[in-house]
Ligand binder design. Structure first.
Ligand code: CA
Length: 230
């Protein structure tokens, strides 16, 4: 559950925001003071902060700046004056969004949801992507790097050989006709030259099978097509 901190000195507004956000399934803390709110924001593990501009203790400008120095949590700034919004923008404090009071609680909820979703995407994008691997017995396919190993030894694969092998390995125990494979891998209507598939299967087998006449990976299903043995 996402945790939200509302720093707002007007109790009625803080309560309304809290109610609506809680109804939307968020966990909400409130704080009526700028200085205490800043401390809470820095120490707590919040997913988003709704920050009022005019606050006792420390104003929203300074609180925003201070949070931004150490955290990239989304900050939604709220102000009673339209002019303040321009000022916030001009100062480049790093707030993610601005709302002018009065606003409807449902608009607040919609914006909070949008920022949380965006932030999550950002965090996920920054995470180091892992290569997509397929490992079946002695065969290892790195889909991301488009490399193939058999019993630890790397084998060179052409584009179509790689696509064909990967497609079969991703759909094990499924029998595909040559026609289906041709259309799938060569991405065009098969006009009869499905011998291409046979030739590619033969080349793949030479690379991954110990004994091509007795294949352990790609089986020939006579009269039908091919199947990757799981
Ligand atoms: Ca205020």
């Amino acid at each position: 559950m996402s945790k939200i901190l509302i720093i707002e000195d007007e109790d009625a507004i803080a309560d309304l925001e809290k109610d609506y956000l809680e109804l939307s399934g968020f966990e909400v803390d409130t704080c009526p003071d700028g200085l205490a709110g800043e401390k809470k924001a820095l120490e707590g593990n919040y997913d988003l902060i709704v920050l009022d501009l005019m606050l006792p203790g420390k104003d929203g400008f300074d609180v925003c700046k201070s949070i931004r120095e150490t955290k990239n949590v989304p900050i939604l700034m709220v102000s009673a004056k339209k002019d303040d919004i321009d000022k916030i923008r001009g100062l480049g404090l790093g707030a993610d969004d601005y709302m002018t009071k009065p606003f409807s609680p449902s608009e607040l909820v919609a914006r909070v949801k949008a920022h949380l979703a965006r932030y999550e995407r950002l965090v996920n994008t920054n995470a180091k992507p892992e290569n997509k691997m397929i490992e079946i017995r002695g065969l290892k396919i790195d889909k991301t790097a488009r490399r193939v190993w058999i019993d630890g030894e790397e084998k060179p694969f052409t584009t179509k050989e790689f696509d064909l092998l990967t497609f079969l390995a991703e759909n094990p125990n499924h029998v595909f006709t040559k026609d289906e494979l041709f259309r799938k891998i060569w991405d065009m209507e098969s006009i009869g030259d499905i011998a291409t598939v046979t030739v590619h299967i033969k080349k793949i087998r030479e690379k991954i099978e110990v004994d091509s006449s007795n294949p352990q990976y790609i089986e020939t299903i006579w009269g039908v097509g091919y199947r990757f043995k799981m």
